[in-house]
Design a protein around this ligand. Structure first.
Ligand code: NAD
Length: 473
C-alpha cells in the first residue's frame, strides 16, 4: 500500500477529486494515513443524479447481467486481498488476520448474494385471468455504514441492493472512509457508470443524503440514535428504510453449560474487534452455582489476550477505532470504578501510549441496573453477573431498549430452546456467539432495528411488490 495514495470519490463511474479533504488516522498510532475527499453539495447531487440516470438501464439489464457484475466485483476484491486488508487494519485497527477475513468475507458475500433469484409468485391462473406478483427495485438506495466493519457492512447492503436492480450511493463513516473509496475505485469498469457511487465527507453528508429528494431508500447500519434521526428525516419523502442499529446482547449461562466451552466462546464474542461488534456479547448472566468457575476462566482468557497494533504478528485485539469512542469507553470504565464496582483489568504492555488502546476489562457481578449493564459500551468491557432464576434474566433482558441478539448456554437443548423462544431479540444462538452468514437473516427488534439484512428476506428488503393482472377473456 502506498501512503501517498490519492483517494477519490466515485461518481458516475469516474474518480472525482475534491477541493477539500480530511485526514484519516491510524488508531494504533494516531498518525495520518491518508486524506479522504470531502464531498460538497455538488458532488452529492452529481452522485445521486448519476444513480438515478443509470437506474432504468440497470433495472432492465436483467438478473444474470447484474449477478455477473457482483461476481466480477467479488473477484476484484479477492485479487486485491493484501492491499485491502492492510488498508483496513491501518484505518480500522483490527488485527491483520481479521482484516483478511473481512475482505474475503466481502467477496464471499457478493458471490453468495449473486446466486439468489427473485421468483415471481402466481396469485391466480384461470382461463379468465392471470395475476402475478414480481419484485421490483426502488431506485436509488443510500447505503450508510459505520466504522467497525467498513467493507463488509457496505457489501451487506450493496450486494442485495444491486442484484435487485437498484443503484447505490455508499457513504462510509468519516472515521473509516478509505476501504470504501478503494472499493468504489475497484468497481469502476465492472459496474456500469452511475450504478455504484461512493461519497466520503463530514458529519453533514449522511443527513443530506437521507433528505435528498431523489433517494428512494436508506439502508443504515449505525447507532439507535442515528436510526431515529434517519427515520425522522426520511419521513418527509416516506422513504423506505432498513435500519441495523445498536445491541446489548446478553449471554445466559445455565448451570448445566460446558463452562470451558462457554467461557472461551463468550470471551471471543465479547472482545473480538475490541468489542466493537453490534452483536458482540455485551453482558453475561451466569447461574450462581457455576459463577466462580466461569469467572475464573474468563480471567485466564483476559490475561492471555495479546493486545497491540493490528499489523503485528499474533495480536488478537487492536485499539478502539476512534478518539470519541475511546473517550466514551474509558469514561464508562472510570465511572464503574468510582461506583466501587469490582473491575478485573488486563495489563497493557508498554509502548502503546500513542494509540487508542484500552486494556480489556471484566466487571464482576455489578448490580443489574448499573450503567455498565444497561449501556452498549461498544468497547472491550464485559460485565458478568450472577443469577438464580433464568426467568428473572429473561424479564430483565426483555425490559431493555435493545433487542438485537442473545445467547443461551446449556447442555439441555430443549430447555435452551424454550428460553430462546422467550427472548425478545432478532437473533438467538445456543452454545455459540452470534452466527452470521449470507443465508442467515439478521434482524433487530425494538430499538435495534427495522427490517432484515441477509438471507432471502434481506434481498426482498431492497424490492417492492408489483402485481400484474391480465384479463384473458
Ligand atoms: P453512527 O450511528 O454514529 O454512524 C453510522 C453511520 O451513520 C456513519 O456513516 C455516520 O456518518 C452516519 N450518520 C450519523 N448521523 C447520521 C444522520 N443523522 N443521518 C444520516 N447518517 C448519519 O454509528 P457508529 O458510531 O459509526 O457505529 C457504532 C454503532 O453502530 C453502534 O451502536 C453499533 O451497535 C451499531 N452497529 C450496528 C450493527 C447492526 O448491524 N445492527 C452493526 C455494526 C454497528
Amino acid at each position: 500500500m502506498n501512503a501517498e495514495e490519492i483517494y477519490t470519490l466515485t461518481i458516475d463511474g469516474k474518480g472525482v477529486a475534491t477541493a477539500t479533504a480530511s485526514p484519516v488516522l491510524d488508531p494504533a498510532t494516531q498518525a495520518v494515513i491518508g486524506l479522504a475527499p470531502i464531498a460538497d453539495g455538488d458532488c452529492l447531487d452529481a452522485a445521486i443524479v448519476a444513480a438515478r440516470g443509470a437506474f432504468g438501464h440497470w433495472r432492465d439489464a436483467g438478473h444474470d447481467v447484474r449477478a455477473r457484475s457482483l461476481l466480477d466485483l467479488a473477484d476484484a476484491i479477492a485479487a486485491n486481498l493484501d492491499d485491502l486488508s492492510r488498508l483496513l487494519t491501518l484505518e480500522q485497527g483490527k488485527p491483520l488476520a481479521r482484516a483478511r477475513e473481512e475482505v474475503m468475507g466481502s467477496a464471499f458475500w457478493l458471490r453468495s448474494v449473486a446466486a439468489r433469484t427473485l421468483p415471481e409468485s402466481v396469485n391466480e391462473e384461470t382461463a379468465d385471468r392471470r395475476s402475478i406478483t414480481r419484485r421490483v427495485p426502488f431506485g436509488v438506495v443510500a447505503a450508510i455504514v459505520p466504522w467497525n466493519f467498513p467493507l463488509l457492512l457496505a457489501v451487506w447492503k450493496l450486494a442485495p441492493a444491486l442484484l435487485a436492480g437498484n443503484c447505490v450511493v455508499l457513504k462510509p463513516s468519516p472515521f473509516t472512509p478509505l476501504t470504501a473509496l478503494k472499493l468504489g475505485k475497484l468497481a469502476r469498469g465492472i459496474l456500469p457508470d452511475g450504478v455504484f457511487n461512493v461519497l466520503s465527507g463530514g458529519d453533514d453528508l449522511g443527513p443530506r443524503l437521507v433528505e435528498h429528494e431523489l433517494v428512494d431508500m436508506v439502508a443504515l447500519t449505525g447507532s439507535s440514535r442515528t436510526g431515529q434521526a434517519v427515520m425522522r428525516t426520511a419521513s418527509a419523502g416516506l422513504k423506505r428504510l432498513m435500519l441495523e442499529l445498536g445491541g446489548n446482547d446478553a449471554a445466559i449461562v445455565l448451570e448445566d453449560a460446558d463452562i470451558a466451552v462457554a467461557a472461551a466462546r463468550i470471551f471471543q464474542s465479547a472482545f473480538s474487534n475490541a468489542g466493537q461488534v453490534c452483536v458482540a456479547t455485551k453482558r453475561v448472566y451466569v447461574h450462581d452455582s457455576v459463577f466462580d468457575a466461569f469467572f475464573e476462566r474468563m480471567v485466564a482468557h483476559l490475561d492471555a489476550l495479546k493486545v497491540g497494533p493490528g499489523h503485528e504478528d499474533g495480536v488478537e485485539m487492536g485499539p478502539v477505532q476512534n478518539l470519541p469512542q475511546y473517550q466514551k469507553v474509558t469514561a464508562l470504565i472510570d465511572r464503574a470504578r468510582s461506583q466501587g464496582l469490582a473491575l478485573r483489568s488486563a495489563e497493557l504492555r508498554p509502548g502503546l501510549d500513542s494509540g487508542l488502546f484500552i486494556a480489556p476489562v471484566l466487571v464482576m457481578d455489578p448490580p443489574w441496573d448499573s450503567e455498565v449493564m444497561l449501556e452498549e459500551a461498544f468497547g472491550p468491557v464485559l460485565p458478568i453477573v450472577r443469577f438464580r432464576d433464568a426467568g428473572d434474566v429473561i424479564a430483565h433482558v426483555n425490559a431493555g431498549e435493545h433487542g438485537l441478539g442473545g445467547s443461551i448456554w446449556s447442555s439441555d437443548l430443549g430447555r435452551a430452546t424454550a428460553l430462546a423462544h422467550q427472548l425478545q431479540t432478532g437473533m438467538v444462538t445456543i452454545n455459540e456467539g452470534a452466527y452470521l452468514a449470507p443465508w442467515v437473516p439478521f434482524a433487530g427488534h425494538r430499538q435495534s432495528g427495522l427490517g432484515v439484512e441477509n438471507g432471502q428476506e434481506g434481498l426482498l428488503a431492497y424490492t417492492q411488490p408489483q402485481t400484474l393482472t391480465t384479463r384473458l377473456t
